[in-house]
Ligand binder design. Structure first.
Ligand code: URA
Length: 206
């Protein structure tokens, strides 16, 4: 299911990121901040369990997270959201999924994957700022499912309807979270209006 997280702070920060005059430092900082704000919202339904603890005053029952959290950035642009997410869930483990997109065919090609233990019992949060054709995200979801993950969330900053449709078709069990749903993809596979190449803007490359 698609969830567009509509919040004034997220809208403001995304506007800064969309502006072509925004430099690398501000782009990175705003992406990190949005990552933190989004993960606060998307973790609302995480399961908790009751444990017994002792405060300085007495014994009491209190809630703790019931399942581990794994953040799985799709390299390289997904890395730009990791530290913001970890600032909110510092106990999360970090998987890495290396994927590059063939510039001609726009097809995703996995080249690296590394996971923590217990993927099958974890909430896995796949992150990639741009949900364009959806090919890379769909392939990343396949990869984490092969590791046994069943509770998977896909967190992107900006999405195109084409990408959302593909994920909904191939992985109806995965919740998609966006900060904005944009208009369409152009002939080069860029999201319109979008924010350009997220990886290049995060890392200052061309
Ligand atoms: N990847 C990007 O970085 N930007 C787009 O607009 C589409 C895919």
């Amino acid at each position: 299911m698609l969830n567009v997280i509509d919040h004034p702070l997220i809208r403001h920060k995304l506007t800064v990121m969309r502006d072509k005059n925004t430099g690398t430092k501000d782009f990175r900082e705003n992406l990190d901040e949005i990552g933190g704000l989004m993960v606060y919202e998307i973790t609302r339904d995480l399961p908790t369990k009751e444990i017994e603890i002792e405060t300085p005053i007495c014994k009491t029952k209190a809630d703790t997270l019931a399942a581990p959290i794994v953040v799985a950035p799709i390299l390289r642009a997904g890395l730009g959201m990791v530290s913001g997410i970890l600032s909110i869930v510092p106990t999360a483990k970090v998987a890495h999924i290396g994927m590059y997109r063939d510039e001609e065919t726009l097809e995703p090609h996995p080249y690296f994957e590394k996971y923590p233990h217990h993927m099958e019992e974890s909430t896995v949060i796949i992150v990639d700022p741009m949900l364009a054709t959806g090919g890379s995200s769909a392939a990343a979801i396949d990869m984490v499912k092969k590791q046994g993950a069943t509770n998977i969330k896909l967190v992107c900053l900006v999405g195109a309807p084409e990408g959302v449709k593909l994920i909904e078709e191939l992985h109806p069990d995965v919740d998609i979270y966006l900060a904005a749903l944009d208009d369409h993809l152009n002939e080069k596979g860029y999201i319109v209006p979008g924010l350009g190449d997220a990886g290049d803007r995060i890392f200052g490359t061309k």
